[in-house]
Design a protein around this ligand. Structure first.
Ligand code: PLP
Length: 377
């Protein structure tokens, strides 16, 4: 911004860099929790056919309400989470980031507060900042769970309008028990406050962990956000969505820009949903590889957090940046994120996971004093 001679940036944006993990051209990308498997040629061909059909009508604005896509998403999410949903209860946008920004635009704003429990997804404070919403965090415990009594006390103190609960949480992988979500949601209903359960990694949750979608019939102040970027292997298409009561969805329709979801995006998402079995076909394999990664890290003497997502937080290192750089020098990009001393690795293909393990093993052999049990503040 140094040479910009226009009006000063809004005060609350001063000093910020654009958000985003480094996008580096290296062979092994394990830094943004993508699905490592591209679509098969048959799926590519079907998506291309759908795009060709949509291209024939690109002189017209797209369907603003995109109910056909919302119906498809409702059918998928209902089946995945064991709930009954209609298209009117579903909302979608360009990634779940945009869906959650819509929520803050509708329910945040000047004089209002959004709240989450840290460490958590680093975009949440940005939604708040961009919508002029006060941002407050409570804490997660040392095992990254949320203590309900602390959560309820934090709600009482700050009386937020929006609570964001990532489950499974990024960067820790921790899923919240349904009773924790329910107690927070019940208290929020009285404030009143909207609770957003961000299930971006929901499909990777371990067996027996229910989705918060099953709570929707009981709470009109609850929204559950999902994305096609992770398990669905469709990060490049930018499609995220949420399920909630109809009233809440209708509130989001007020703040969306007209025609925010292009005809091409709608066509790609619908084609991908027709191939859900194939696109989601590697989820079980990725879950197994995730659990093996946790065990492998622990066997190497490291701490690794149990994960319900497609990544693992591990540490703790005296010099996590040094570890990140050493692994990068071997062509493996992981993420320097989370509390001091921790790093996050996404689960890749077997060859990619092996490359990560080889590189980390070499580092630990070279620097035997690399790990610490507590990171000094
Ligand atoms: C917890 C969480 N929520 C939401 C998102 C946003 O995903 P997208 O905008 O691609 O749907 C991410 C992406 O990494 C995430 O980790």
């Amino acid at each position: 911004m140094a040479d910009f001679s226009g009006p000063p940036l809004r005060e609350e944006l001063e000093g910020f860099e654009p958000y985003g993990a480094p996008q580096l051209d290296v062979p092994v990308l394990l830094n943004v929790n993508e699905n490592p498997y591209p679509p098969s040629q048959a799926v590519v061909d079907d998506i291309a056919r759908a795009v060709t059909e949509a291209a024939g009508g690109l002189n017209r604005y797209p369907d603003r309400e995109f109910l056909a896509l919302r119906n498809d998403l409702a059918a998928y999410l209902g089946a995945e989470s064991g709930a009954d949903l209609t298209g009117e209860q579903v909302w979608a946008a360009n990634g779940s980031n945009e869906v959650m920004l819509h929520l803050l635009q509708a329910f945040g704003g000047p004089g209002r507060t959004a709240l989450s429990f840290a460490p958590t997804y680093s975009m949440y404070p940005e939604y708040a900042r961009d919508t002029n919403t006060t941002w407050v965090t409570g804490r997660r415990e040392t095992d990254f769970t949320i203590d309900v009594e602390h959560a309820l006390a934090t709600l009482a103190e700050h009386r937020p309008s929006v609570v964001l609960l990532a489950s499974p949480n990024n960067p820790t992988g921790t899923a919240l028990p349904l009773d924790v979500i329910e107690r927070i949601t019940k208290t929020c209903a009285e404030l009143p406050c909207v609770v957003v359960v961000d299930e971006a990694y929901g499909e990777f949750r371990r067996a027996g962990t229910p989705s918060a979608v099953t709570l929707l019939p009981s709470y009109r102040n609850l929204a559950v956000a999902r994305t096609m970027s992770k398990a669905f292997a469709l990060a490049g298409a930018r499609v995220g969505y949420l399920a909630a009561g109809r009233d809440l969805v209708d509130a989001l329709r007020i703040v969306r820009l007209p025609y925010h979801l292009s005809a091409v995006t709608q066509a790609v998402a619908r084609a991908a949903l027709r191939h859900r079995d194939e696109l989601l076909g590697r989820v079980a394999e990725l879950r197994t590889a995730r659990d093996e990664t946790v065990e492998w890290l622990r066997a190497r003497g490291l701490e690794a957090v149990d994960s319900d997502a497609n990544f693992v937080l591990f540490g703790r290192f005296a010099d996590r940046h040094g570890v990140w750089q050493a692994v990068l020098a071997d062509g493996v990009l992981i993420r320097e994120t989370g509390p001091d001393g921790w790093l996050r690795v996404s689960i890749g293909s077997p060859a990619e996971n092996d490359a990560f393990r080889r590189s980390l093993t070499a580092y630990l052999d070279r620097v035997p004093e690399a790990t610490v049990s507590e990171v000094q503040a």
